[in-house]
Design a protein. Structure first.
Length: 149
């Protein structure tokens, strides 16, 4: 019996969870807002010398790293920084929930595959040899001893 999910199945499961929780909308809209904010920071604050610096500053703000190598000095740039910081905090808080949801779905999928395999084996028990029946019996006994997770 195959253990776990393959890479393609895992990726499909991750994308399904992302769509089901509307995380795709959150992440795509964040990326748009991130780059738009970087452009605004560059345009509104004279202390931000280049677009690269603005993207670096936007990254520091959105991840709450705040290295201090750039600071916003004008009121409009500060407002953009506040909005970007709040949006970044939401996205950063969302990621662990996505990871937990992904692994929960993956575990449930493995459990469903195991149940389906046992069901198929039990439906064909009359066609099994004595060794196959003994092996199935041992697997079932081992499954009963460990808790479902």
């Amino acid at each position: 019996m195959k253990r776990g999910l393959g890479i393609i199945e895992s990726w499909k499961l991750f994308l399904l969870i992302l769509k089901r929780t509307h995380g795709d909308v959150l992440l795509y809209s964040f990326l748009v807002f991130f780059f738009f904010s970087a452009l605004l920071l560059w345009a509104l604050d004279p202390g931000v010398g280049s677009l690269g610096d603005a993207i670096w500053l936007a990254f520091n703000i959105s991840t709450s790293i705040g290295l201090g190598d750039f600071t916003v000095t004008t009121l409009p740039a500060r407002l953009v920084a506040v909005l970007l910081g709040v949006y970044g905090a939401v996205v950063v808080a969302y990621i662990p929930g996505m990871i937990v949801s992904y692994y929960t779905e993956q575990a449930a999928s493995r459990q469903d595959q195991s149940i389906e395999q046992y069901y198929d084996d039990l439906m064909n028990v009359n066609a099994m040899s004595q060794d196959q029946k003994a092996s199935l019996s041992r697997k079932i006994a081992q499954t009963k001893e460990r808790p479902l997770s």
